[in-house]
Ligand binder design. Structure first.
Ligand code: TRP
Length: 357
């Protein structure tokens, strides 16, 4: 078996795959997935999730809550399922329309496991060893259990993407290498077994806001903050949100232009301005023009954020009260996902020449 060099291989969609799938859909198929690893926060929303909502009409959008990926680091019974439910409820609460976008839990679509194995056999040990995310994550878990799944994770991610004849995968810098290995695997498979997969492309989403911790504006807002004070969760009630903004770190400068957008010299103030601008669809500079004092800026930013989060929190609570409806929505999503995914697995098996059952 000779493999062509994937870096020089053609990267256009293979003809058989495109006639069976992508040319029938006028809109590009877009896939983004999220791990169910905890409560979503304002940084997730303004940085990425809001783009999912805004993009759902202009693309054929598929969104997976990738619970199988979360198993790479899970050892507590009950955790993954509960987090999957909360994450899915939040995706609907922020405005993904189940009639428009296909939202599903990865484990409800067993084709991910099926194609995942095929992809494990399509990527090489060497390629997996070069993944910086594996090196980082395994280094951070040095005393902990490092599962084989943490190592083969990119093969499952490749399956996630290739199953849906995906054209575009909007990702941040940290995921680019995973898209590259997916493309290499797809090209290699197509070369070995005939045109099967659409070759996906990483796209840089319209820049979302860069939301930093309210307590440590030098680092991204994240749930791993030492205290929760720097991180605004989408489920935080109004009191908690206002408290976090009022306590946001700024600086001691009291000059006439103390409120200005200057990330380098005024990281805390600039973070507030960027958040405020993102939720009111303005530029940080325009927001800065309106305020002279930190206190007023903090309160106004908290209020502007609440105007966006209040309805989300209400819808989220309603959905979490109605588990039957949530389960139904996820069944609808999984049904639509399986239609596409099953056809892809069938095509891959047939092209490999697996013995038909
Ligand atoms: N690895 C991604 C992350 O950690 C999650 C993910 C899994 C994903 N499968 C995907 C993202 C497919 C895009 C497409 O964020």
């Amino acid at each position: 078996m000779t493999d062509i060099d994937p870096t020089t291989a053609p990267t256009t969609a293979p003809t058989t795959a495109s006639t069976t799938a992508s040319t029938t859909a006028p809109k590009p198929r877009v896939l983004s997935c999220i791990q169910p690893t905890g409560d979503l926060h304002l940084g997730n929303y303004l940085g990425a999730l809001r783009n999912w909502v805004n993009g759902q009409h202009s693309s054929d959008a598929f969104h997976g809550v990738v619970d199988l990926h979360a198993l790479t680091v899970t050892d507590t019974p009950g955790q993954v399922g509960a987090a999957t439910l909360r994450t899915a409820a939040m995706l609907f609460a922020i405005g993904l329309d189940p009639e428009v976008a296909t939202v599903f839990a990865q484990s409800h679509v067993p084709e991910h496991n099926q194609l995942g194995w095929v992809m494990e056999c399509t990527v090489s040990y060497g390629e997996l060893s070069r993944m910086t995310q594996f090196k980082d994550k395994s280094a951070r878990r040095e005393q902990d259990f490092i599962s084989g799944g943490l190592f083969t994770y990119p093969a499952l991610q490749a399956a996630d993407i290739l199953l849906y004849d995906t054209n575009h995968v909007p990702v941040g810098e940290d995921q680019r290498q995973h898209i590259e290995i997916t493309r290499d695997a797809a090209v290699r498979f197509n070369h070995r077994f005939g045109d099967t997969f659409v070759i996906p492309e990483a796209v840089t989403p319209k820049a979302g806001a860069r939301v930093m911790s309210l307590q440590d504006p030098g680092s991204k807002m994240s749930k791993s903050d030492d205290s929760d004070a720097g991180c605004v969760y989408l489920v935080d009630d109004a009191n908690a949100v206002m408290k976090k903004f009022k306590r946001a770190v700024t600086d001691s400068d009291t000059g006439a232009d103390a409120v200005r957008f200057d990330r380098e010299n005024k990281p805390g103030v600039s973070n507030l301005l960027e958040i405020h601008a993102a939720v009111t669809d303005r530029t940080p500079e325009a927001v800065a023009d309106e305020y002279e004092q930190y206190g007023a800026l903090k309160v106004a930013t908290g209020e502007a954020v609440l105007a966006v989060l209040d309805p989300i929190r209400v819808r989220y609570a309603e959905l979490m009260e109605d588990r039957g409806e949530l389960a139904r929505l996820l069944r609808v999503g999984a049904g639509r996902a399986r239609e596409v995914a099953a056809a892809t697995v069938e095509r891959a098996y047939a092209n490999i020449g697996m013995l038909p059952a």
